[in-house]
Design a protein around this ligand. Structure first.
Ligand code: AMP
Length: 568
């Protein structure tokens, strides 16, 4: 296997890699570094997150840089602020022993003034998000005419975020002499079209399958009924108490609802979605990085650029609309040589989709059972026993606090004492699982409905729904009226709903998902189907089964709205 020392890199860069603990180049580095240094051809690399791609383009870029020239020689475009900061920090680490190299990140949501000041210090490398870079170009803060290297990082993400026009404007404003490198985890058609329009006879490299990240990810799925999704998720998290991961949802309302419900169930979970301000997002991310929050509930868009290694799990609360998103989601775990697990919670109608997914990622997606109550309890009890057997060191100070208790409990036999401690710790949990049925795995429907196929982004099921006009639109995930998003009941047609009005509305910051979450909360875990949820400026209404509407109204401090008896 290649060593860093055998790569045509300056000794200063090799030293920096070894200071960072990089022992050997990753496969993409072993290929891209010599290719970029020894030739001036453009390059296309099929490589996802966690493959070491930043060093793959960053080290050659720094190797070729002229620190004495104070013009912008290299530009890296990245889809998100997080990734932009991450790349800039990585490049600074690689350049530790190269005096005079200046790297400036520019991204949206941050002060223009500070960035202008940084740009005036004549950096040689700029790492930017496309929108903010255009702002700087338009104001004349950046000159790209001497650019020697242009990197489009996570190009597929940039396109799917709608940055095509910006990319074209930026590329058009650069010199024709530059070396362009495009890194992308997937190669959909629109990426191919960028390559053929803007790259000049590029060398193409990809990481051999066995080195791709997906190889380190154990892909699994649980097949359950629609209304069992949340219980499945919470059982899975309960069974893996060391889980540090992301739960992916399709809509932001769903992220809020799931994070709230997980919080109520005692898990350290928080939602991250497009409605958070940059400050709120940074706060959540900081808590996640510090592992105060162990579970992030995110939409695909909000999770872009989250650069946290060491995630043990990625959970798909629902499968995404396309296989590409599945690859991106799952690529968040199993990074930097670690192992990870990707779990999809699916319903029987997704069976064919799961199988076609396995073919697309070239890896088996294994079915697994939902942990039973007994399994979870056995796991927690044995974890507790281990903790007792191997406690953290205890000092005299702690012992002092226990002395009275030791005396008082002295009269109990050892067995009694153990039983009572365990009961005090696990009694409630035992009761919880005793009152609930375990979730049996289900078999898939026999039909071939919904699948990921080779090129298209949408599965057949989605497409046929969309073709059904309004009705189809309402059924799409993401629309709160979709019954799949409304408390998870399969069929509400025969439910006699009554409408409860709540004296708060959008003006008070209320959202539809909040109202469902609130109703669930005040009904203390009672399962019920939810009909229409309507949000007005000063009020909101939620349809719930008639026989519980009065109780809900009372608990919500709202009122039952008189209406004709109806079947939704
Ligand atoms: P990237 O794909 O560039 O985001 O890198 C993913 C992670 O792998 C980062 O934490 C890097 O610091 C780490 N990394 C990159 N190259 C190597 C290497 N050759 N050996 C060990 N870790 C690496």
């Amino acid at each position: 296997m290649t060593e860093f020392s055998s790569l045509p890199l300056k000794q200063e860069l090799i030293n920096a890699c070894s200071a960072l603990g990089f022992e050997k180049p990753t496969p993409i580095q072993a290929r891209a570094i010599p290719a970029l240094i020894e030739s001036s051809s453009d390059l296309v690399a099929l490589a996802g997150t966690g493959t070491g791609k930043t060093a793959a383009f960053g080290l050659p870029m720094l190797h070729k840089l002229d620190p004495d020239s104070r013009t912008i020689q290299a530009l890296v475009l990245s889809p998100t602020r997080e990734l932009c900061c991450q790349i800039s920090a990585d490049l600074k680490n690689f350049a530790k022993e190269l005096p005079g190299v200046r790297i400036v990140p520019v991204y949206g949501g941050a002060s223009m003034g500070t960035q202008i000041r940084d740009l005036k210090r004549n950096p040689q490398i700029v790492v930017a998000t496309p929108g903010r870079l255009i702002d700087h170009l338009e104001r004349g803060n950046i000159d790209l005419t001497n650019l020697a290297t242009l990197v489009l990082d996570e190009a597929d993400e940039m396109l799917s975020m709608g940055f095509r026009e910006e990319l074209e404007t930026i590329i058009a404003g650069t010199s024709g002499e530059k070396q362009t490198c495009l890194f992308s985890a997937t190669m959909p058609r629109d990426i191919r079209s960028i390559i053929s329009s803007y790259l000049n006879d590029p060398q193409e490299i990809s990481v051999p399958k066995e080195h791709q990240d997906t190889g380190k990810v154990d892909h699994r799925y649980c097949m359950v009924k629609q209304h069992e999704r949340f219980e499945t998720l919470s059982r899975f998290i309960a069974r893996h108490s060391d889980m540090y991961g992301i739960v992916f949802c399709r809509t932001k309302d769903q992220t809020r609802e799931i994070a709230d419900k997980l919080g109520e169930a005692g898990f350290a979970a928080e939602a991250i979605h497009g409605d958070l301000s940059q400050q709120q997002r940074d706060y959540v991310m900081q808590r996640f990085r510090n592992r105060i929050v162990k579970i992030l509930v995110a939409t695909d868009v909000a999770a872009r650029g989250i650069d946290v290694n060491d995630l043990s799990h990625v959970i798909h609360y629902e499968l995404p609309h396309n296989a590409e998103s599945y690859v991106h989601r799952s690529g968040r775990t199993g990074r930097a040589g670690k192992e990870g697990t990707s779990v999809a919670i699916v319903t029987p109608k997704d069976g064919y989709k799961v199988r076609s997914l396995g073919k697309r990622i070239n890896s088996e997606v294994t079915k697994m059972n939902v942990p039973t109550g007994n399994e979870i309890l056995a796991y927690h009890i044995s974890e507790f026993v281990e903790e007792i057997k191997n406690p953290a060191p205890m000092g005299d100070h702690e012992r002092e606090h226990f002395s009275n208790a030791v005396e008082e409990l002295n009269e109990l036999s050892k067995e009694e004492l153990i039983e009572r401690i365990l009961y005090s710790r696990f009694g409630e949990q035992i009761e919880y699982y005793r009152s609930r049925q375990d979730i049996k795995g289900h078999s898939e429907d026999s039909g071939r409905r919904g699948r990921y196929d080779r090129n298209d982004r949408y599965d057949r099921n989605e497409r046929s729904d969309r073709n059904r006009g309004d009705r189809g639109n309402n059924r799409r995930a993401g629309n709160p009226r979709d019954r799949r998003d409304r408390g998870g009941f399969d069929d509400n047609r025969n439910v006699d709903f009554a409408r409860v009005m709540f004296p708060m509305g959008s003006k008070d910051g209320l959202r539809k998902g909040d109202l469902i979450g609130l109703a669930n909360k005040v009904m203390k875990g009672k399962q019920f189907p939810v009909g229409k949820v309507m949000l007005k400026t000063n009020s909101a209404t939620i349809e719930v089964p008639r026989d519980m509407s009065a109780e809900l109204a009372k608990r919500l401090d709202g009122k039952v709205v008189k209406e004709k008896k109806k079947s939704a």
